[in-house]
Design a protein. Structure first.
Length: 253
């Protein structure tokens, strides 16, 4: 996201979001028409208000300051988990941490972030997960950047730094995804799943990659330069998951 002359714009792949501070709507129309003339395939959605929704974000002008937070659709039910028969405790743990990452990326103020975090914690508790499950995942989320005290502080400056660190982490993830894409396009990206209940998962992954390198380093098709191997875990389903047949598929918005 960048700012210029009081305007703010951001770009993600083929989508662009920007604010327009000039009150003259005709000039905005002329500006958009110039872009259409040069790029006929470009489509616009124009919203004029002090606050607008954009995908799952709520963008608001608060006395000249741009504020953003997570937007919850008013029609969708609250406090529901994304659920598909066969999803495990591990899968919902991954979702919970992903939802926290989304919260810190969307919420520009620490007050809104704390409200969203509490909402996510209550969602897990309301769906039968233990306080230990919630605490363990929240600790993992803050501990990734050694910022455990952030959960109990209301310092906007510290929150801004914490948020900046997460944006940097997301950028690295996007860059990694771009590097893997050519392997995927050429059918050279191998996904392997294994059952995981407990133990040093990270150590297992490292040993696996070492053994793969030793075994296939000179292989014409399976060497390190030819293919990429991604390991993912399949948690043993609980009896409740195996007996379940159907449940709401609504996800938190």
């Amino acid at each position: 996201m960048n700012s210029s002359g009081g305007n703010i714009y951001s770009k993600y792949k083929d989508q662009v979001f920007f604010t327009w501070n000039n009150e003259n709507e005709e000039e905005l129309g002329s500006f958009l028409q110039t872009i259409r003339d040069k790029n006929p395939n470009v489509q616009f959605q124009k919203l004029i208000a002090s606050s607008v929704p954009f995908f799952n974000a709520f963008v608001e002008n608060q006395n000249g300051e741009l504020s953003t937070r997570v937007c919850h659709h008013p029609i969708l039910p609250r406090y529901t988990l994304p659920y598909v028969v066969g999803h495990s405790k591990l899968a919902h743990g991954d979702w919970f941490r992903s939802a926290l990452i989304r919260a810190v990326c969307y919420c520009s103020s620490i007050e809104n972030f704390n409200l969203e975090r509490i909402y996510l914690e209550l969602t897990c508790l309301a769906n039968g997960y233990s306080i230990f499950f919630v605490e363990n995942n929240v600790h993992h989320f803050f501990g990734y950047f050694h910022a455990d005290t952030m959960r109990y502080l209301k310092d906007q400056t510290m929150y801004d730094k914490f948020r900046h660190d997460w944006f940097g982490y997301m950028t690295m993830q996007y860059e990694l995804s771009d590097k893997l894409q050519p392997f995927n396009d050429n059918d050279c990206l191998i996904h392997l799943n294994y059952l995981y209940e407990f133990g040093p998962k990270c150590q297992f992954n490292q040993q696996f990659h070492c053994l793969w390198l030793e075994s296939f380093n000179q292989h014409a098709n399976l060497s390190k330069d030819k293919v990429k191997v991604q390991l993912t875990t399949k948690h043993q389903h609980s009896l409740n998951s195996l007996l379940a047949r159907e449940k709401s598929t609504c996800s938190i918005q």
